[in-house]
Write a protein that binds this ligand. Structure first.
Ligand code: MD3
Ligand code: FE
Length: 215
């Protein structure tokens, strides 16, 4: 994997989303091309696949991982696994550029020394969506989750700690980074069905990186 320099944002702006959650608009925009190059290198080793939910549904979002632990779903449930079940090989390492970006964004939002060991990579095509859920397969909920949006824009659904609370809708664009920690760490969230479009770097896709401390 070639090494890329982390470029600082050219238009820093932080929007508070909720207690513990911040949206860093454009935080990753100058690194988008390098991040997408790295995603292609990862996917050459651990290909994108549509996982099956424990309920037996094929997810519309295609996924892969890098890091010591990768998030997987199959008929037996959700888990973090050190190996890719499709290839039997360990997940590729998290590139230095990813680590620097995740730690930098977390620090900007008030979470010092964030060292993720898992990076789930989601690929959305037209119509793909993620229904409201909580991320609770990780060991330590005091650590934040950092998410990086690349490619086509999307509508992020951000609810409360109970599923019945009606979610807010926030439009997110390529280069936007969100940090979810503290009281927001277990908030329900999802992605509305992706609208068709074309992005000069990612083509017909939206790519999302979520950095987690899973182990
Ligand atoms: C809010 N991914 O992979 S990232 C996921 O854009 C996931 O692909 C979405 O939800 C995506 O699990 C949204 C934003 C996100 C991630 C974790 C959160 C929002 C969160 C944890 C708590 C609250
Ligand atoms: Fe999630």
């Amino acid at each position: 994997m070639r090494n890329y320099e982390l470029w600082p944002s050219d238009r820093p702006s932080t929007e508070p989303l909720a207690d513990g959650a911040a949206l860093l608009r454009g935080f990753a925009s100058r690194n988008a091309a390098a991040l997408l190059d790295a995603v292609r290198e990862i996917a050459a080793i651990a290909p994108f696949r549509h996982m099956i939910t424990p309920g037996g549904y094929r997810m519309s979002v295609a996924m892969t991982n890098c890091g010591e632990a990768g998030w997987v779903s199959d008929a037996t449930g959700y888990r973090y696994d050190s190996h890719d079940p499709e290839t039997g090989r360990p997940w590729p390492a998290i590139p230095e550029l990813f680590m620097a970006l995740a730690a930098g964004a977390a620090a900007e939002a008030g979470f010092a020394n964030f060292t993720p060991d898992a990076c789930l990579i989601n690929r959305y095509e037209t119509g793909a969506r993620l229904t409201l859920h909580q991320d609770r397969d990780e060991q330590d909920f005091t650590k934040p989750i950092v998410s990086v949006s690349l490619g086509l824009p999307a509508v992020f659904l951000f609810g409360g700690s109970r599923r019945k609370e009606r979610p807010r809708r926030v439009r997110i664009e390529s280069g936007d980074v969100a940090v979810w920690g503290g009281p927001a760490r277990l908030a329900f969230h999802g992605i509305a069905p992706l609208a068709a479009g074309f992005d000069s770097l990612a083509g017909e896709y939206r790519i999302n990186l979520t950095f987690r401390k899973a182990l």
